[in-house]
Design a binder for this molecule. Structure first.
Ligand code: AP5
Length: 231
């Protein structure tokens, strides 16, 4: 049975940072819908180019488009040992579709990590974030060029301060209900994402291992009812 992880949290919570690291360390594919859309835009893929209009305004891309992208990606054989999802699901419709895909795969459980960070810290992080204009990697603090490819550092298009506020509003409206969808499952955990990245990493690793061990197999249609571990 694969180790299937969902890294959730508002914009700027650090879910991409933790998903990247955890996936690399465990040899699992990281599946970020935001990264896939941004790569599609670079390659002039028509669906992604259309989605860019919404992304630049901080709005969500429609469920049908996103679910199709994730379904295709999860069909690839490298996801058999498991995967780390970053930025998906973001609506209850996406979460229900993912449960359906997991049932089709005969897979489970989904380990759900909610990275919790206060809004003012999210605004601060996104206001100061720079990414590589060439490969899209988040820049390390204090660096003048990308450590991965030497590319020039730029502001991400949707990190404009007004767009950040819109993204946070949409998170509250569309994505917070997804946490309620998952919260009752025994494989749901919340981590304090306002700590230093290394401490968040230690907590995330411990929580994922503990949740995976306690989760067991999710049966089609089952909604877990045991209480989440208080952190
Ligand atoms: P997406 O790319 O998923 O962006 P997001 O959710 O807004 O997340 P971010 O990448 O901004 O933040 P993050 O939590 O990953 O934080 P990060 O690790 O980068 O989506 C972009 C757009 O695509 C959406 O708005 C939507 O339009 C569309 N889209 C994508 N998926 C979709 C879906 N499923 N449905 C519909 N539409 C979809 O860290 C942020 C910064 O903080 C970095 O500078 C980092 O170095 C720093 N940092 C990280 N951890 C820490 C820490 N512990 N302490 C201090 N700084 C930290």
């Amino acid at each position: 049975m694969g180790l299937n992880v969902i890294m959730m949290g508002p914009p700027g919570a650090g879910k991409g940072t933790q998903a990247d690291r955890f996936a690399r360390e465990r040899g699992l594919p990281k599946i970020s819908t935001g990264d896939m859309l941004r790569e599609g835009i670079k390659e002039q893929n028509p669906v992604a180019v259309e989605a860019k209009k919404l992304m630049d305004r901080g709005e969500l891309v429609d469920d049908g488009t996103i679910i199709a992208i994730v379904r295709d990606r999860l069909a690839k054989p490298d996801t058999r040992p498991g995967f780390v999802l970053d930025g998906f699901p973001r609506t209850v419709g996406q979460a229900a579709a993912l449960d359906g895909l997991m049932d089709e795969r005969g897979e489970g459980p989904l380990v759900v990590i909610d990275v919790v960070v206060p809004d003012q810290e999210l605004v601060r992080r996104l206001g100061s974030r720079r990414i590589c204009g060439h490969c899209g990697t988040n820049a390390d603090v204090g660096k003048l060029v990308c450590v991965k490819c030497g590319g020039e550092l730029v502001v991400r298009a949707d990190d404009d301060s007004q767009v950040v506020l819109e993204r946070l509003k949409i998170y509250e409206r569309a994505t917070r209900p997804v946490l309620e969808y998952y919260r009752a499952r025994s494989t749901f955990r919340a981590v304090n994402g306002a700590q230093a990245p290394e401490q968040v990493a230690r907590d995330v690793d411990r929580m994922i291992d503990d949740a995976a061990a306690s989760g067991g197999r999710r049966i089609a249609g089952e909604r877990r009812v045991s209480a989440p571990v208080a952190e």
